[in-house]
Design a binder for this molecule. Structure first.
Ligand SMILES: Cc1cc2nc3c(=O)[nH]c(=O)nc-3n(C[C@H](O)[C@H](O)[C@H](O)COP(=O)(O)OP(=O)(O)OC[C@H]3O[C@@H](n4cnc5c(N)ncnc54)[C@H](O)[C@@H]3O)c2cc1C
Length: 494
């Protein structure tokens, strides 16, 4: 072994990956006085919520909407713990949904929203349904804030939790096992096909599943989020940059371009080895990489566990994204839009695209008079596997042109506006930049068949090994990922 490979320091924690999960866990642990080293394979932090620059533009690579920032929600708790105040703007409306020429405005104000929805759809009696959705959302956040022993690991644990904690209502428990369809039927909305399509497309961007199979508790939280949607100035990575600054202040260390290729248990804890041949000794490891990747870098019993978890959860999504700058002259003030398309998007498996505009006054993201646009949709990663270079390029172009045509139909006022840097990404791009196996993003879809309680727990049964991120409880999306970090931190510090 050469001198360059030796590292005599024994860290309390090595964190693999600096996405929202890893970076949040790292900063909290460093704040608690532990020595912490992050090993990150890319050159910047953020993973699926990261950024890239082209000239005067800063583009989000994936995530664009910030939520979960209220004081009793994961990002709110994180910001409070680290005493940081990211620059963000609460949006009203939270989102606009476009069906052909018709637009449904997702007002943040709950009463205004219910009024709008009742006027838009055939079903005119929706208030009981929406009030239930908001009630579940508020109850669950209150419960999550106060419980340090999550997730329960068995039905017995769950019963104890319900009996002895502030579990909101026993009735809610069924919302882990029953689909959203159950609530739609209960409130007489199941037969309104347009309403159902709307709900399904909204659920796809939050639970990664549709009303037939998505459990109603996470579904309700997904449906409630446009009431508290925030725009992060400078991009989705900006709040995380503040977390990283705090991490450095607390003495944390981060090494970029260090892709972890082996994780081996030893007497002192774990030896973590990277592609460059560097090895680091840690008493504990927190992994922020997906379970599918962990199956590739572990050994023995640990590897067996991750292999079997990976096989159990193989039906994750990939994403196709499009980024560009547009000379909008500040015309688009609502940042988030969902466009329902008539025909399925070619090579993708979705009936909608999600369009995010930077706020007109966010001059970090785009020069004055311009805005950035990030568009994403779901795709099956298999559609992008084993293609020749030519076929891959051609397929990307077909999807790009389809999406741009739909964009032009909705944003007529921008039809003549100049676009710069029209850049497309497929699951292959995500795999290249984030290392996520097969380009699977958005975590594990919420499903009644594989309910929340079957998700891998961040507190593993392997001594000194912890997991955070969107493939562990409670699942996908930045708030859930930060909650996984809070759960691990609370477990460690007691
Ligand atoms: C297109 C798209 C849109 C989305 N929109 C939203 C949204 O609007 N709002 C929202 O809340 N969520 C959204 N999400 C989901 C959200 O982005 C993710 O759930 C979340 O960012 C995942 O964070 P993470 O920490 O679990 O993992 P990641 O972000 O994947 O971070 C993992 C990190 O580990 C690094 N890494 C990987 N392998 C190794 C290795 N071997 N060694 C060292 N480092 C490694 C990666 O480079 C990366 O930095 C979206 C996701 C996508 C793809």
């Amino acid at each position: 072994m050469g001198w360059a490979n030796l590292n005599f320091m024994v860290y309390d924690f090595v964190i693999i990956g600096s996405g929202y999960g890893g970076m949040s866990a790292a900063a909290l642990l460093a704040k608690s006085g532990f020595s912490v080293l992050i090993l990150e394979s890319h050159t910047v932090i953020g993973g699926c919520a990261s950024f890239f620059k082209r000239k005067d533009f800063v583009f989000d690579v994936g995530a664009t909407t910030l939520s979960g920032v209220l004081p009793n929600q994961p990002l709110g708790i994180l910001f409070n713990e680290l005493e940081i105040q990211p620059k963000m703007r609460k949006l009203e409306p939270g989102m606009k949904i476009h069906f052909g020429k018709k637009t449904l405005t997702r007002y943040a104000d709950k009463e205004k929203w219910i009024y709008e929805s009742e006027n838009f759809f055939e079903s005119k009696k929706q208030s009981d349904f929406w009030n239930k959705i908001f009630e579940i959302d508020s109850d669950v956040w209150g419960f999550l804030q106060n419980n340090k022993q999550l997730p329960p690991k068995s039905i017995l644990d769950l019963i104890r939790l319900v009996k002895f904690s502030n579990f909101p209502k026993v009735g809610l428990l069924q919302g882990i096992f029953l689909p959203m369809e159950f609530l739609l039927e209960k409130y007489g909305l199941g037969k309104d096909l347009l309403f159902r399509k709307f709900i399904d497309e909204q659920l796809l961007i939050t639970t990664q599943n549709t009303s037939k199979d998505a459990p109603f508790v996470p579904s309700a939280m997904g449906l409630a989020y446009p009431s508290e949607t925030y725009y992060p100035f400078g991009g989705m990575v900006e709040p995380l940059r503040l977390v990283a600054e705090k991490f450095a202040e607390f003495g944390g260390e981060i090494k970029f371009k260090e892709k972890v290729t082996n994780l081996a248990q030893n007497k002192e804890g774990f030896k973590v080895t990277t592609e460059k041949g560097n090895s680091f000794q840690a008493k504990n490891v927190v992994s922020n990489i997906p379970i599918w990747n962990l199956a590739k870098i572990t050994e023995g019993q640990i590897q067996n566990y991750f292999q079997s978890e990976s096989e159990k959860f193989q039906d994750a999504w990939g994403a196709f994204t499009l980024n560009f700058g547009i000379e909008s002259k500040g015309k688009i003030t609502t940042s988030y839009h969902q466009i329902h398309v008539e025909k399925e998007i070619p090579f993708c498996n979705s009936g909608s695209i999600f369009v995010s505009f930077s706020q007109p006054d966010d001059i970090v993201k785009a020069p004055e008079g311009w805005q950035t646009v990030t568009i994403s949709t779901h795709t099956d990663v298999k559609n992008w596997e084993s293609l020749s270079k030519e076929n891959y390029q051609e397929q990307k172009e077909i999807v790009t042109n389809f999406i741009l045509t739909e964009f032009d139909k909705v944003f007529e006022e921008l039809r003549e506006a100049e676009k710069m840097f029209v850049l497309a990404s497929s699951p292959n791009t995500f795999e290249f930049y984030t290392n996520r196996e097969k380009g699977f993003v958005g975590g594990i879809p919420h499903s009644v068949k594989k309910n929340l309680l079957t998700l891998p727990s961040g507190i593993t049964s392997f001594k000194n090994l912890f997991l955070v991120g969107d493939t562990v409880f409670p699942g996908q999306g930045v708030p859930a990922v930060v909650l996984s970090a809070l759960n691990v931190w609370r477990k460690i510090v007691g």
